[in-house]
Structures are given as structure tokens and as C-alpha cells.
Design a binder for this molecule. Structure first.
Ligand SMILES: *Cc1c(COP(=O)(O)O)cnc(C)c1O
Length: 423
């Protein structure tokens, strides 16, 4: 049996209908922007392998640091122990964060980083004898992960349908516009004594279809939320580390979060790691004589030294490789291409922010489960470009090391595919 046959026998893939599943592509090597399959075909990874890869695949600098750390200390329990990679990462990361963050809590992935943020917020109020503050405010169309708490604060949709009865109740509001803001502020005025926290993806709802919303209306919403003392949780799992043109999307906003969630690009896309950072006021609510007020949360691999090492190396590369200048360059190229796309009647709602370019292909249907996404993916793969549309939302989000020729190829392929699927 070859690799794909064995896979078909033993493996269950994420987000993938298993009946009549198309054979997965066996990737044997990655280098910079390229992924190589077992037959030697190369694919430009135009979505950074689900938004994680920043500096390119198998980066030698990160690999070397990882190897050295693996020879030194690969893992140790993080209750009662500490280690250099965890401390160095916290020390480097805290001053970069948008706002005035004081503490870093580690976990393993994006979903756990938001779970931790929710539990921290709820217990913050509980610890201060205000247990009535237990509702979470969240946006419609949001995505914060796949574990139960994260699912609860995410949009109720096809992905979560089997669990709807079991998800906790959330106050959902629309992403802000000057039109809907008065209605949202009225909800806040009525419900604020019961609201513990507000969780949001700043400016871009990723899994919800790369939907953007305005900074100005968001500032007004955040201002109101903060006046009521509600804890603001910025889920920057996708937007962090330069994706939107600034190091963090929150930098586009005037009002900064009390908690920030990071994962995906945190390690440059090399290892699984989650960070939940909080401001001093949150941390202080857990520094108490009463041991019941401890934050009883952790994972076997909390602050894994290998993961922390790759995150430190990725932060170093962001500086060394002048990544933000590359982001700006990609952003400008995207804007130019977006203006070309205006000529295509089948393409709707063209938008760009930083390394993200997105649009909808108008096929009349607006369903995630239709197969236009699969068709586009297949056609692009044949051209040597890897894309994975969200329903009929086509987007790119390349690693920062993508070359000019590779970007050209991505754009050309997009144009070919648009013509092919909409003719
Ligand atoms: C991907 C994502 C998550 C979940 O992260 P995982 O590592 O996949 O669990 C949470 N929030 C946002 C905004 C994301 O894009």
C-alpha cells in the first residue's frame, strides 16, 4: 500500500465529508512558499496552510533552533517549573501586544486560547463576588474554535448544528455599522449587568468568509463596552503577526482589549501553541488568599519548550527578514490586482487588507456546502496553486516570503479559474 492508500485505511480528516472522500494529496516536503507532493509536483501555498505559515515552510532558522532545543529540553510539566523558552517568549511578546498586557497564559492552539480567555473572564467576575456577570457577547458570523466554549461563542451554523442544544447561551450582535450601532447600544444598556466579556475577531471575520467591518463603528462599540466594565477579548488567532498589514489588527482600533488570543502564526506556523495574554487587572483578581480563586486550567503540553522556541525564532524572523515591509509589498500588489478584478461581473465584493485578498464568486448560490469551493481548489491545484475557498468566498493569504513571480502566478490562476467556473 502506498501512503494515500494507507491514509484511506487508517485516517479521519478534519472538516472533510468522509463518504467518497477525494484521495488526499501526500505532501512530502515544503520549502518557502512551496509544497511538494510525492510525485514531485509543486504547489504555491497561497493560504499559508490554513493561515499559519508566516516565513515559509521548513524555515532553516526555525528548524535549527528547534533541533537545538530538542537536544536540550523537549518538555517539562509547567506547574512548579519554568524554562527559558517560555520566559523569553513572554518577555519578547508582551511589549509587542496592542495595549498594556501584563501576563501570558500558555496553551496548545487557537481554540484553547479562546477557551482560556472565556474561563478567565467568567472566573474574574466570580472571584470578585459578581457571579451574575456570566453572559458572553459575541458577533454573528464569528469563529473562535471547535471546542465547546469556543463553539458556543461562534456563529450557529452548519459546522455546529449537531451540538446547538448543548452550547451555552450567548448574546449575539451584528458586526458594527453606523446604521446598526444604536440597536446594539440599546442591547448593551439593558443587558450589561449580566455581561462578563465581549469576544471579537478584530476587523476581519476569518472562517466566517473573510468578512471585513469598519474600524470607526467598532471603536464606538468598544468604547461603550468598556464603559460598562465588560472584558474585551480580541481573538487575533488569525489576524495576528502582520496578516492585516499591522502586527495586530487591534492596532487599527483606538480601544485596546483586556485579553488577546494568539495561535496560528505565533510559531511562524511550525508548532502548535496558544497564548492568552491579559492585563494586570484580570491577573490581580486571581492573586488571592482563597485557593478556590486559583485558575484551575492547564494542558499536558502547556508552554511546551519546543513550541515556545519556534515562537521566539518566528518573532526574531519577523524583524530579521523585515516581514512588515514584505506584508506592505504584498498588500500593494493585492490592491492592484483587486482593481483588475473590478472588470469581472461574476466577481463580487472585492476586498483587501494586508496580505488578505478576498471576493465572492457569483454563482447565485451562497452555501458553504455547495461544491464550487472544491471545484476551484481542484482547478488551482492543477495549475500549481493551492487555494481553499470558504464556500463561494475565494481568498488568498500567502506566506510573507512569496516572490513576485509566484504572486503573479496566483493572480493569473485566479483569473483563469474565475472564467472557468462562471462561464
Ligand atoms: C483558527 C481560529 C481559531 C481556532 O484555532 P485552532 O488552532 O484551529 O483551534 C480561533 N479563532 C480564530 C479567529 C481562528 O481563525
Amino acid at each position: 500500500m502506498n501512503l494515500v492508500e494507507k491514509d484511506k485505511k487508517y485516517i479521519w480528516h478534519p472538516f472533510t465529508p468522509q463518504k467518497n472522500m477525494a484521495a488526499p494529496v501526500a505532501i512530502v516536503k515544503g520549502k518557502e512558499t512551496l509544497l511538494y507532493d510525492e510525485n514531485g509536483h509543486a504547489y504555491i501555498d497561497a493560504i499559508s496552510s490554513w493561515w499559519v505559515t508566516l516565513h515559509g515552510h521548513a524555515h532553516p532558522y526555525i528548524a535549527e533552533k528547534l533541533y537545538q532545543q530538542a537536544l536540550t529540553l523537549e518538555q517539562v510539566i509547567f506547574a512548579g517549573f519554568t524554562h527559558e523558552p517560555a520566559v523569553t517568549l513572554a518577555e519578547k511578546l508582551l511589549p509587542l501586544l496592542p495595549g498594556s498586557f501584563a501576563r501570558i497564559f500558555y496553551s496548545d492552539n487557537g481554540s484553547t486560547s479562546t477557551e482560556v480567555a472565556l474561563k478567565m473572564s467568567l472566573q474574574y467576575w466570580w472571584n470578585q463576588q459578581q457571579p451574575q456577570r456570566k453572559k458572553i457577547l459575541a458577533f454573528r458570523n464569528s469563529y473562535h474554535g471547535d471546542t465547546f466554549g469556543a463553539m458556543s461563542v461562534s456563529d450557529r451554523g452548519v459546522f455546529t448544528m449537531a451540538f446547538h442544544d448543548l452550547l451555552f447561551e450567548v448574546i449575539f450582535i451584528d458586526t458594527p455599522t453606523s446604521n446598526n450601532l444604536p440597536a446594539t447600544l440599546a442591547i448593551l444598556q439593558q443587558q450589561h449587568p449580566h455581561i462578563a466579556a465581549f469576544i471579537y475577531e478584530p476587523l476581519v471575520q476569518g472562517a466566517g468568509g473573510m468578512q471585513f467591518y469598519e474600524a470607526s463603528a467598532m471603536n464606538q462599540l468598544l468604547q461603550a463596552v468598556q464603559q460598562y466594565g465588560i472584558i474585551c477579548i480580541a481573538d487575533e488567532v488569525m489576524t495576528g503577526f502582520g496578516r492585516t498589514g499591522k502586527l495586530f489588527a487591534s492596532e487599527y482600533l483606538t480601544y485596546q482589549p483586556d485579553i488577546i488570543c494568539l495561535s496560528k502564526g505565533l510559531t511562524g506556523g511550525t508548532m502548535a501553541l496558544g497564548v492568552t495574554a491579559c492585563v494586570q487587572r484580570i491577573y490581580d483578581a486571581f492573586v488571592q488568599d482563597d485557593k478556590l480563586k486559583t485558575f484551575f486550567h492547564g494542558h499536558s503540553f502547556t508552554a511546551n519548550p519546543l513550541a515556545c522556541t519556534t515562537a521566539v525564532a518566528s518573532l526574531e524572523l519577523l524583524e530579521k527578514e523585515n516581514s512588515m515591509a514584505k506584508v506592505e509589498w504584498i498588500s500593494n500588489r493585492n490592491k492592484l490586482f483587486a482593481s483588475t478584478l473590478l472588470a469581472f461581473a461574476q466577481v463580487k465584493n472585492i476586498r483587501t487588507l494586508g496580505t488578505i485578498l478576498a471576493f465572492e464568486v457569483d454563482k447565485g448560490k451562497d452555501e458553504y456546502l455547495n461544491n464550487i469551493s472544491h471545484t476551484i481548489t481542484q482547478q488551482c491545484m492543477q495549475a500549481g496553486v493551492y487555494l481553499r475557498p470558504l464556500g463561494n468566498t475565494v481568498y488568498i493569504m500567502p506566506p510573507y516570503c512569496i516572490t513576485s513571480a509566484q504572486l503573479d502566478k496566483v493572480y493569473t490562476t485566479l483569473l483563469e479559474v474565475i472564467n472557468a467556473v462562471t462561464e
